[in-house]
Design a protein around this ligand. Structure first.
Ligand code: IVH
Length: 672
């Protein structure tokens, strides 16, 4: 028996290594390819550390394509693939001061006492990209991908205003700049806010939002996302030290991180770490640590790299913001589209200085996968401003009194049966008249970006529902002063306010009305596209699934949900009553003079880098502008691309305003 133990142990280790690899590959794919991670970065790091440690101790189990030796995932097929001339490296991590000092010691040893200073930077939690410039022009942008090959996302990167498209004349002939694309905390909060209103799935964190935005096939969508970049690397004719390179890049128009520091010894790096760890939540973007880099580029070269990790730089990670507390219960909230959303009720606990009482649980599968039970002690994690998440239960603390959660089979609000469709993990109440849905829809309908009916707040909305004065949103427009005066505790002034803002909402543009209807998956962007394509509600109602699918940004989920929405008589009746009340059911575009660029003539000339010319013309026309083929007295603006030729001269002679592609993009983004 005893003699067999070691064999058994080895077998167990081999199995564990294989399982870890599968697991990491799975989460890698979710994170890098699908932008839909299921576990926190902290959990992922733990898996990776375990695998790295096992592979180190048991080299016999190492395989060449183990995820421990490869960071990143293969690019998506839809973008062109780009080979990096020089691989885009990853960074080694340390998690404490001892780790940092050990790295420093190794560097000093390898440099045999050659003096060196360092640059400390934030490790920004975004996505690394490469920007290529030739003869001062931005010619290609790519994601990091697997470090050797990435995706060509030039068009998307061109929409980020902090990326210069043209460099000063004295810039190096050929220059590659690398940096981190990210979304600030403020930008992220607003983006998710808009998505919540549109009932679009929320991004888990700014990093995912940035990744999702960069991977859009339609760069117009990207242009609407609050992406930004800080650059931290250059390759070409550049200064001999990293710090100077950063300043030089800055002088050429790139955005560099203002919080970086040039330091002369490692204890200053420790100070830098401590200082920023304390203030991490106040940084305008999410940072998950700091990066320390050897300043001299020749010393960097001397140090070289091991695998994909340079020896001359190291990431010193911040600890994840976590705490443990008890899961008291799991509540169910019914959303406006009938989704049953489990919410964790927690014993209040302070996580990184903020007291949290509840956390998102997503859906039943997620709860089951993590084996979270009511009564468990759980690890909760806060990442920036997003809703706190439950990372995992602490199973060692179980007493046996915990209970397994089951999704109710009946809606907790209206008691009708709950359905769980096969293709989604979400359970739904299908009763279109469920008061919870009605109330949630009413809240959505009156919200700012929808009908903007400010005179109806949460409590009035609830009262209108409970008194059955409003059964569907069209009822709002038929409310009388008399009816409202019957509502308890509603002051005269509030009644007047409510009625006035309902009246005012009739001026809301059709796209807002369409968004306000609360059709599943139809957010503001989709509503805009639909209005531009069909012009009025009748066109939209009549559109077949195929016609909808023919629109670029509309996929099967949206098309399907629209068709089933308009198939229901109740909904059609509601729309008719809204129309009769005077709510806009067609775009103002039909009425002359109403569009933002009406009356302006644009002429496009030269080689455009950011647009196909036809596309730019169509987009201008949609905004009411006319486009001419030659510059005349009537021309208002000449958009000049590269090598503009005689039209530019003529425009200058006639005193016509000349715009760059950047200007054009700004105009289109402002009004589209
Ligand atoms: S330097 C060898 N500097 O971290 C140079 N990377 O784990 C490698 N990152 O892919 C990159 N902030 O996405 C560098 N100030 C910074 C960074 C940074 C964030 C990211 C970058 C990279 C990853 C490596």
């Amino acid at each position: 028996m005893l003699g067999k133990r070691p064999m058994q142990d080895m077998f167990d280790i081999q199995n564990r290594v294989a399982r870890l690899r599968d697991n990491i590959n799975y989460h890698n794919h979710r994170y890098h390819v699908l932008d839909a991670p299921e576990i926190s970065d902290g959990e992922y790091d733990l898996l990776m550390q375990e695998l790295q440690a096992l592979e180190k101790d048991h080299p016999e189990f190492v395989i060449p394509d183990s995820p421990a030796r490869r960071v990143g995932a293969a690019p998506l097929e839809a973008f062109g693939s780009v080979e990096h001339e020089v691989p885009m490296l990853s960074l080694g991590n340390v998690f404490d001061h001892d780790g940092l000092l050990a790295w420093h010691k190794r560097v000093v040893g390898l440099l045999e006492g050659a003096p060196t200073d360092f640059v400390c930077e934030h490790k920004m939690d975004g996505l690394a990209v490469s920007l290529l410039y030739e003869n001062t022009r931005f010619i290609r942008g790519a994601t990091r991908g697997n470090g050797l090959r990435g995706e060509d996302i030039t068009q998307n990167l061109k929409t980020i205003s902090s990326i210069p498209l043209l460099l000063p004349k004295d810039a190096p002939d050929r220059l590659e700049v690398r940096g981190e694309v990210y979304i600030s905390r403020v930008g992220f909060a607003k983006l998710n806010d808009d998505r919540a209103k549109a009932e679009q799935p929320l991004f888990a964190n700014p990093r995912n939002a940035a990744a999702g935005s960069l991977r859009q096939l339609d760069s117009r969508v990207t242009a609407k996302r609050p992406l930004d970049i800080c650059v931290y690397f250059g390759r070409g004719q550049l200064p001999a030290v990293h710090w100077e390179t950063l300043q030089y890049l800055k002088s050429m128009g790139f955005k560099i991180n203002p919080h970086s520091s040039l330091i002369s010894n490692i204890s200053e790096a420790q100070d830098y770490y401590n200082r920023w760890l304390e203030q991490r939540e106040d940084i305008e973007y999410e940072a998950d640590g700091i990066v320390i880099k050897v300043n001299s580029t020749s010393l960097q070269q001397r140090l070289g790299s091991v695998g994909r990790e340079p020896r001359w730089a190291i990431a010193f990670k911040f600890p994840p913001i976590q705490a443990t507390t008890r899961l008291l219960d799991i509540d169910i909230q019914v959303g406006r589209t009938g989704s049953l959303n489990p919410i964790a009720v927690l014993e209040p606990v302070s996580v990184g200085g903020v007291v949290i009482k509840s956390a998102a649980l997503h859906n039943q599968d997620d709860i089951a996968r993590k084996d979270i039970r009511i009564g468990d002690i759980v690890v909760v994690q806060r990442a920036g401003d997003v809703i706190p998440q439950i990372v995992a239960p602490v199973t060692s603390k179980r007493t046996g009194a915990e209970s397994v959660f089951k999704m109710p089979e009946h809606c907790p609000v209206c008691d009708s049966a709950v359905i769980r469709s096969e293709d989604e993990a979400m359970s739904r109440c299908l009763n279109a008249n469920c008061p919870a849905q009605g109330y949630e829809l009413l809240k959505h309908f009156v919200s700012r970006n929808a009908m903007d009916i400010r005179g109806i707040g949460k409590s009035l909305a609830q009262a209108l529902f409970e008194t059955e004065l409003v059964r569907d949103v069209a009822d709002l427009y038929y409310l009388t002063e008399e009816q409202l005066s019957g509502v308890e505790r509603l002051a005269e002034k509030s009644i007047a306010n409510a009625l006035a803002s309902i009246e005012k909402s009739k001026e809301r543009p059709f796209a807002s009305v369409l968004f306000a209807l609360g059709i599943r998956h139809v957010g503001e962007e989709t509503a805009d596209v639909l209005v531009k394509t069909f012009g009025n509600i009748d066109g939209i109602i009549a559109a077949s699934e195929d016609e909808l699918l023919a629109i670029d940004s509309i996929g099967p989920k949206i098309a399907d949900s629209m068709v089933s929405f308009f198939m229901q008589d109740d909904n059609l009746m509601m729309i008719e009553r809204l129309r009769q009340a005077g709510v806009k059911m067609e775009s103002d575009a039909g009425q002359q003079g109403d569009l933002p660029l009406t009356g302006q003539e644009y002429v496009l000339t030269g080689r455009l880098e950011m647009f196909a010319r036809k596309d730019a013309q169509v987009r201008l026309k949609k905004l009411g502008a006319s486009t001419g083929s030659s510059v005349t007295q009537k021309t208002n603006y000449l958009v000049a691309g590269a090598d503009p030729g005689s039209k530019l001269a003529k425009a200058q002679k006639l005193g016509i305003e000349v715009l760059s592609e950047d200007d054009l993009l700004r105009i289109l983004n402002r009004y589209e």
